[in-house]
Structure formats: structure tokens, C-alpha cells
Design a protein around this ligand. Sequence first.
Ligand code: 0X9
Ligand code: ZN
Length: 467
Amino acid sequence: MSRSVLLVLVCLFFVVAKVGGRASSPLEEDILIFENAGTPYIIEEIVAEEPAPILKSTNTDGLNGNVTEEEAPQGRILYKGSQLWKAYIDTAEKIAVLVRLRDQNDITMWGGNTTSIDILVKPASVEKVRTSLNQANLKYEVMIEDLQKAIDEENPPEEQESDDRRGHRLTWQSYHRLEDIHGYLDYMAQTYPDLCSVRTIGNSVQGRPIKLLKISNGHPGNKAIWIDGGIHAREWISPATVTYIINHIVLNYESEPRYMNGVDWYIAPVLNPDGYEYSHTTDRLWRKNRGRSGYCTGTDLNRNFGYKWGGQGASKNPCAETYGGSRAFSEPETAAIQRFITGTRAQWKAYISFHSYGQYILYPWGYNRVVPPDHKDLETVGRQAAAAIRSVSGSSYRVGPAANTLYPAAGGSDDWAKGTVGIKYAYTIELRDNGRYGFVLPASYIDPSAKEALAAVRVIAQAVERI
Ligand code: 0X9
Ligand code: ZN
């Protein structure tokens, strides 16, 4: 029964895609995908989280409703007793069990793939969820017993850090606050003025600068590559990786091949500075920016870009994690990126946005299960990048068009870079891990994760050189 139900779901989906999924300018020739690379359709239901529009200004995964001020100093959200489980799914019925538990506010969804879903189980619901899963014969593994403990242990205290910092406070042995990251960008511009310049491309909702470092040998006619991080606040591995890449390019500039030192790099490590700070001070799992919309706070910046804005996978509910904003580029953070990329006379050839987690190399389109006319080029380079990663660290990254490989989500930065700006190689790279720690990836993984990301960037830079 479940097989046929799943088949019907896929067919139904393709009908919808065919009716509603044709792209408009400038890439009229989008190609429908008729084979399903994985089985993302079955996780869609649970991924498309649409909580009831209740009054909340913070993430409800936390415990603040039940804890004292002493346990949650300065209103910090604690995740004591919350557990991360990996639930194995192979039928529509099992998905339905998870959807029901999600709708009853017992679990939230972190990530997933064709065979498993990572769920965050709320402390008061652990027994209920266990019983429900057992009854449905749904196998699961407990990955994190106590999320708060994992959060407390994820980042080593300052004094354990190595002392090789000169003139700035950034390291790649721990996750740093925005001030250290921005201090580092300023330091690079001061220390390597012939190569690096720093610029504030705009300000966040709360007035924090969005800083960008340009690395260039100054030759006119260079092709340009954009790299960003930190669109989603809680994905701390992303800014850490992006600054690692900056450091590598600048410190090894002369010895690098032409495809690395003959392009102009535009690199913005923290596109959502308010959210990033909030995830350090108050709610480790915060995803959105910090703009107020009625009862709730935050727009998902990766649903706020202006290509097919408001489509599938973007919520109209300001309380949802995937709220797309009141209109395309309604948020100062995305508007700043739009202004900079479209207003800069650069020969944009690649756009790379680092996120986490799940280990994917995704390319457009994300808004629907269609691909652009040059999808083979994107697939080829994506696979080469995945192969490079594998040879550096052994990690495996799945490659494919975003909607088909992960889930449909409109308003993403990658779709806008490709669809509106026309940047050929547009990728979203979902860094480590595969759900062992998820968003709470211990800082000891920064180095290996960043090394493999750099290998992927090299491959994309080589492809840019060949254009
Ligand atoms: O949902 C997203 O924004 C990205 N995944 S994440 O877990 N980091 O939130 C994937 C975005 C892929 N690209 C598009 N859908 N356009
Ligand atoms: Zn993300």
C-alpha cells in the first residue's frame, strides 16, 4: 500500500510541477525532472513546517516556559533534556507518525534525507515519542541525550585556544563572536592592503554592519567569485569555514595557482549578524534574522530573495522558521546583498553560499523540481567538487539540484544569483555533518570541515577559469 501511495504522491507532484513550475525570464528553458534522484517527496511534509500562528517571539524548542530565571540567565533559552534522534523512515505511514508528533508540538525537525529524519524531541515528550515510534515500528537512534550539554560542550573555553593570534582574535579552534570575525576582516585589510579591502555593504535590522572582504590582485578584467556564510544564524560552521577560506587564500596567495589568485574574491562571512549574535547570547538554535513582524520575530533570509519569491517551501506565517518576509528583499540584510551584487561592476561567474548541515552540494533550482538549461555543467562541477572533498577527507557530499535533492524552497540566494543575476555557477553547500551533532557541531570539526570546503571552492574556481 505504502509503495503505491508514494508513487501516486510523486506523480501528483509532477502534475503540479508541470502546471505551476514553468520558469519565467531570464531562463525560460527550465527542464522538468522526471526521475526522482532520492525520495525527498516523503520528507517534504515534515520539512515544510508550518506551526500554528501562536504568540511567540522566540524558538519554542527551548524550555523557557518551564524554567526559572536562575536556570535561564538573561532569558537564555535552555535545551536541557531535549534530545536529538535519528528516525529511520521507509513508508508514508512512518512519515505520518512524525508529522503528527510535530503537529502536536512534541518534536521539531532538523534535517533529513531519503532514509532518515533528524528530530529534536522535547524533554516532556521523550516518553510519548518513544512509545509512538515503537508502536509504529519506527526505528530510531538517540544521537544527543541532552542537547544543552552538547551546546555547553561544543565550544571550548577561550583559554584552551592556541596562542598564535597576532593582531586579531580569530582562530579556527573555536566558534567566535561577531566582533572577533569583523576584527579579523579589518585586520586582514590593514595587514594586506595591496590584496584585501574591507567594506560594509549594509546594516542589519539592529544596525550591525554586514562586512565583506575583497581579495584581488587589482588586475582589471578579473572574473569574480562571491562566497557567503551565516545566512542562517545557528549554522556556526558556515562563518567559521568562510573565514578559514579567506585566511587560506590570503596567506598562500603567491604560491596559489592562477585560478585562485587571478580572480576577484568577494567574501562575506556573516550575512545575518543579528541572528548570529542572538544564537550566541540567547537561543543557540535561532535561524532567521531579528526583524519584527507582528507577533513574531525573524524572516528566513534564505526565503527572502527575489527569484520566484513566495513559492513552495516558504511560509507566509511570520512565526514559522521559513517565513519569507513581507515581500522579496524586505529585509535590510538581503537588500544589501542585492544592492552590492547588482551594483558592482564585477564579472560574476560563481556564487557560493555556505550553510549546514547534511553534506550536500546543491545547485538551482531550489524553488521547484526543475533544472536550468546548463544543469549538466553545474552537475559536472558539483561532482568534481564532491570528488575533491572525498579525496581530502573521505567525507561524502551528495550533489544535485536543490529542490529535487533536498526539498523545494523558493526565495533562496542561489536561485536569485542564477535566475536574476545570471551567475553561472551558483551553489549552496551544506557543510558537515550528517546528523551526529547537526547544528551543534563541536568546534574540533571546524578544521576538517573547512579543509574540505576549500577543496570544493578550488574546483569551482577552476571551472570559473575555464569559462
Ligand atoms: O532550506 C534552506 O534554506 C537550505 N537548507 S538549510 O538547512 N541550511 O536551511 C537549502 C537551500 C537550498 N537552495 C534553495 N532552496 N534555493
Ligand atoms: Zn542554512
